[in-house]
Write a protein that binds this ligand. Sequence first.
Ligand SMILES: Nc1ncnc2c1ncn2[C@@H]1O[C@H](COP(=O)(O)OP(=O)(O)O)[C@@H](O)[C@H]1O
Ligand SMILES: O=C(O)C1=C[C@@H](OP(=O)(O)O)[C@@H](O)[C@H](O)C1
Ligand SMILES: [Mg+2]
Length: 165
Amino acid sequence: MPIVFIGPMAAGKTKIGRRVARGLNVPFIDTDKRIVESYGPIGEIFAREGEEYFRIIEREAVDWALGEPAVVSLGGGAVLNVDTQSDLENATVVYLSVTTAAVQARLGGGRRPLLAGGITDWERIYNVRRPTYEALATICLDTSNRPISGIADEIVNWVQERNDE
Ligand SMILES: Nc1ncnc2c1ncn2[C@@H]1O[C@H](COP(=O)(O)OP(=O)(O)O)[C@@H](O)[C@H]1O
Ligand SMILES: O=C(O)C1=C[C@@H](OP(=O)(O)O)[C@@H](O)[C@H](O)C1
Ligand SMILES: [Mg+2]
């Protein structure tokens, strides 16, 4: 089973996951990137087909990715799917958390359709999902005030130590 990154929007799942994959010398899969390659930009999928449809194609992408020997970064809402929740019980799950204060500087670009209301939406959505992230996590790291490189190095070392046990 792969190493899987979960957590709220802009916690660093995509950026840190990619670095960890490089550090471990294994393939990297970002499920959002796969969806965009097949269906176009996520904002357009939400606008055209709605969130429910996005969650269906997201589950397909997650189902495929979790069968690969890879580091896999999920979108923040992928853990809402109950099949994904049970799949993750058998995976190494890295939960990246971030505080409201720290995430504010990371929400530029406006690419995330669920954040039309900005930080208020981010906080509300995170509060709903937080117990799910906590329940699924093998390890949790707070990314708020640390550089991406240091967090990625810590995770690579942690995985290597686990593999040596
Ligand atoms: N530890 C960090 N410190 C500062 N900025 C970060 C950190 N982690 C991620 N970022 C920035 O936050 C934004 C969102 O990161 P991303 O990896 O796309 O998050 P996610 O995939 O969890 O939504 C990017 O611009 C990224 O450079
Ligand atoms: O939390 C969510 O519901 C979402 C998170 C996004 O991914 P990131 O967590 O990588 O930003 C992306 O999948 C989509 O905009 C929906
Ligand atoms: Mg991402």
